[in-house]
Write a protein that binds this ligand. Structure first.
Ligand SMILES: [Zn+2]
Length: 283
């Protein structure tokens, strides 16, 4: 057998084994080429798929609850840690709105040029949507303190818990829209106890941050609190916390007249101490 290359004739007499080797080499080359182009194709398809998935993902999966170091967490202040030396106080009001106390609190906040965070109940918000709208108009954060505040029902299972939380969210969003909803919850009764672990887990799955408190007026501890006592407790507990970043727990439910009465002095004190007032919401 002769091979003709550039006009020259070359003698080519391969034996059987040489032929097998040549065929094997050709097959390997074809295989490498086809794998390579297949890979490029797959990358393209996967890239497109990935982009589509991102577009269709619920928002919480695009911006998950994580600490700056990447650790998954649903604790609000772990996700947004306060800056060192930033003297900031977050005034927070739970269990409202109420027609008797909430408007007084809104008036006091307005007069003092201070913004606060209201952890409202879905059931109360449903009954008084005009107060939720007023909070939004005046620049306060409207956060979620569950729909029913029925602790037996809410903490019966993670499913019951998240259903109640989502029901309250829907009520708030229906009144003020998605952009005015703070997207943060406070557990009824707080989230300090070990038994809340499974409920924190379901918050993490649903990408909902929660907020506790580190100082309080004690306005929910006695039936008929005295405003001076609430003021003193707020200052004492703030000092005891040893923190620059303070989350002050108060309540604006119907019976909390003493809370409204103590608020001007509380604001005055923290202003004099050089605190800035901020609101709690997803950034
Ligand atoms: Zn509560």
């Amino acid at each position: 057998m002769y091979l003709k290359i550039k006009g020259k004739r070359y003698k080519f007499n391969p034996n059987k084994n040489t032929l097998y080797v040549i065929i094997a080499i050709i097959l390997i080359i074809i295989l490498i080429f086809s794998l390579n182009s297949c890979n490029k194709y797959n990358t393209k398809i996967r890239g497109e798929k990935y982009e589509n998935t991102l577009v269709n993902l619920p928002e919480y999966q695009v911006r998950p609850c994580v600490a700056p170091d990447g650790t998954p967490t649903c604790d609000y202040f772990s996700i947004y840690p306060p800056e060192d030396g930033d003297k900031v106080i977050y005034l927070t009001f739970d269990d409202g709105p109420s027609t008797s106390v909430t408007p007084q609190i809104l008036d006091i906040l307005k007069k003092n040029g201070v913004k606060a965070t209201f952890f409202v109940l879905g059931s109360q918000a449903e009954n008084h949507p005009e107060l939720i709208s007023r909070m939004a108009q005046e620049g306060h954060a409207i956060a979620n303190h569950s729909y029913s505040h029925n602790m037996t029902a809410i903490y019966s299972s993670p499913e019951a818990f998240i259903e109640d939380i989502n029901k309250a969210r829907d009520v708030i969003v229906n009144i003020v829209g998605e952009d005015k909803y703070a997207g943060v919850i406070r557990f009824p009764g707080g989230a300090f106890r070990e038994e809340r672990a499974e409920f924190k887990e379901v918050l993490l799955e649903n990408d909902i941050p929660y907020v506790n408190w580190n100082c309080l007026t004690g306005d929910s501890e006695t039936k008929n609190p005295v405003s001076a006592d609430l003021y003193n407790r707020a200052i004492r507990s703030a000092r005891d916390s040893g923190r620059d970043s303070l989350v002050l727990l108060m309540h604006d439910a119907g019976a909390k007249q003493a809370t409204a009465d103590s608020l001007p002095a509380i604001i005055k004190y923290f202003k004099e101490q050089g605190y800035r007032f901020d609101v709690i919401k997803r950034k």
